[in-house]
Write a protein that binds this ligand. Structure first.
Ligand SMILES: [Fe+2]
Length: 184
């Protein structure tokens, strides 16, 4: 079940929850309004035939998909790879992930440059907009399997911060300033 909260400023072990004291949770609606991150709930047992994911794919124009697993067994140089996922970056395209198994954290910056942590597990699908600074980490379970979706030929290239002069970054900031129109 997805949850989102503001992170503390403790930079130790990225796999921990990093709640503030007391915790400061956000609703999915607030998450969307502040960041443009979209959320969809998918039934992992029926998604191949229930039409929900198919409709999202059609609506958003996703034509490519694959699956990727992250664990100590699946990834060479696990610790280094996990650290590289955790480098703050952005993409020219949106980042769409459906969690099929396991769990992890997507962290995104809000308009005040504060980190919001989004905890995802099986059935959670999130769409991180183009041009938003973000990062990913596994949690203490050290396992996640996700479906990656993309419009056209996939490009996974990260641009590490600072990337403030990129057109996608400027477009994102303009949208954020105008306010993301609620999808709910
Ligand atoms: Fe990314």
């Amino acid at each position: 079940m997805v949850q989102a909260w503001y992170m503390d400023n403790d930079s130790s072990n990225q796999r921990l929850e990093h709640h503030r004291k007391p915790p400061e949770f956000l609703s999915l609606e607030d998450l969307y309004k502040k960041t443009g991150v979209e959320y969809f709930s998918i039934n992992i047992n029926t998604y191949k035939s229930d039409g929900v994911l198919d409709k999202i794919k059609k609506d958003r124009g996703y034509t490519y998909e694959d699956e990727i697993a992250c664990s100590k067994e699946c990834l060479p140089n696990y610790e280094e790879t996990i650290k590289s996922f955790y480098e703050e970056h952005l993409h020219k395209d949106e980042e769409s992930r459906l969690v099929l198994d396991g769990s992890g954290y997507f962290d995104v910056r809000d308009g005040q440059d504060q980190w919001i942590r989004i905890a995802v597990s099986a059935g959670d699908m999130i769409v991180i907009p183009s041009g938003i600074y973000h990062r990913f980490t596994l949690d203490t379970n050290n396992f996640i399997r996700t479906k990656r979706l993309f419009i056209g030929e996939p490009v996974w290239l990260p641009y590490n911060r600072p990337a403030d002069n990129m057109p996608c970054r400027k477009e994102y900031l303009e949208k954020q300033e105008k306010g993301f129109v609620t999808a709910y």
